[in-house]
Ligand binder design. Structure first.
Ligand SMILES: [Zn+2]
Length: 218
C-alpha cells in the first residue's frame, strides 16, 4: 500500500481543525446509527479553510468516529496533519471544495435505498424529483413546483476517472446537491454540516418514495 502523499512543507495546519472534525464526527455517528454506513463504509469531510478540509481516515468504524479519526488535507487530498491514510474516495470530496467555495461539508453514505436506487436507475442516468413538498429542504428551493436532479454515475475503483466524470456533470448550470454511484451509495453536500445533513436526509426520503412508486407501478 503506497504511503499517502504529504502536502508541501509550507502547508500549515489550520488552528482548530480538530474541533471541525469533532463536529462532523458527531454527524457521522448519527448516520452510522441509522445503518447508512455498514461495515466501515462511507466517508465524511468538512472544509477547514479556503485551501484545506478535514476528512475521515480510511477504514474506521463510522459509528465510533472521533476527531482522531480525521486528517487535515489540502484540496489536492495531500495530508497536512493527523495520522493515518485518507479515505480512498478523498478525490471526490476535495474536487467539490475546489470547485465551489460555498461548499462546507460533504457526506457519503451507503444506505440500502441509496445502493438499490443506483442499481435500479443507473440506466436512466439519474432521478428527477418533482412535485414533492420535501424539495423545499434543498437550499434555495421554496416550492414543490420545481425539479431537483440526482445523477447516477457508474461505479469504478479509479477515483480520478470518476472525479473527471463528476466534474464534467458539475459543469452544467443546473444546481446539484448530490449524486449516486451505481451499486455503491450517495454523495450529498451543503454549505455546512447541518445543510449537508438536511440534503442527505431529503435524498434518502425522496429516493425511497421513487423506489416505492416504481414498485406500485409494476
Ligand atoms: Zn463509498
Amino acid at each position: 500500500m503506497p504511503a499517502p502523499v504529504v502536502a508541501q512543507l509550507n502547508a500549515r495546519p489550520v488552528p482548530g481543525w480538530r474541533e471541525i472534525a469533532s463536529n462532523i464526527a458527531e454527524a457521522a455517528r448519527e448516520l452510522a446509527a441509522r445503518g447508512w454506513t455498514p461495515a466501515t463504509a462511507g466517508n465524511f469531510s468538512a472544509r477547514a479553510d479556503a485551501s484545506s478540509a478535514v476528512i475521515t481516515v480510511s477504514g474506521r468504524d463510522k459509528g465510533r468516529l472521533t476527531a482522531d479519526d480525521f486528517l487535515l488535507v489540502d484540496l489536492q487530498g495531500r495530508v497536512i496533519d493527523g495520522n493515518g491514510k485518507p479515505s480512498a474516495e478523498t478525490p471526490l470530496h476535495v474536487q467539490l471544495y475546489r470547485r465551489d467555495a460555498s461548499i462546507g461539508a460533504v457526506l457519503h453514505t451507503h444506505s440500502p435505498y441509496q445502493t438499490i436506487a443506483g442499481r435500479a436507475l443507473a440506466c436512466e442516468g439519474g432521478i428527477r424529483f418533482e412535485g414533492y413538498e420535501l424539495l423545499k429542504a434543498f437550499a434555495g428551493v421554496g416550492t414543490h413546483e420545481t425539479q431537483v436532479t440526482l445523477p447516477v454515475f457508474a461505479n469504478t475503483q479509479d477515483m480520478q476517472e470518476l472525479a473527471q466524470r463528476v466534474e464534467a456533470r458539475l459543469e452544467s448550470d443546473e444546481p446539484l446537491f448530490g449524486y449516486l454511484i451505481d451499486g455503491h451509495g450517495i454523495y450529498a453536500w451543503g454549505t455546512g454540516v447541518g445543510d449537508a445533513m438536511r440534503h442527505l436526509e431529503a435524498f434518502e426520503f425522496l429516493i425511497g418514495c421513487e423506489l416505492e412508486l416504481r414498485r406500485l407501478a409494476r
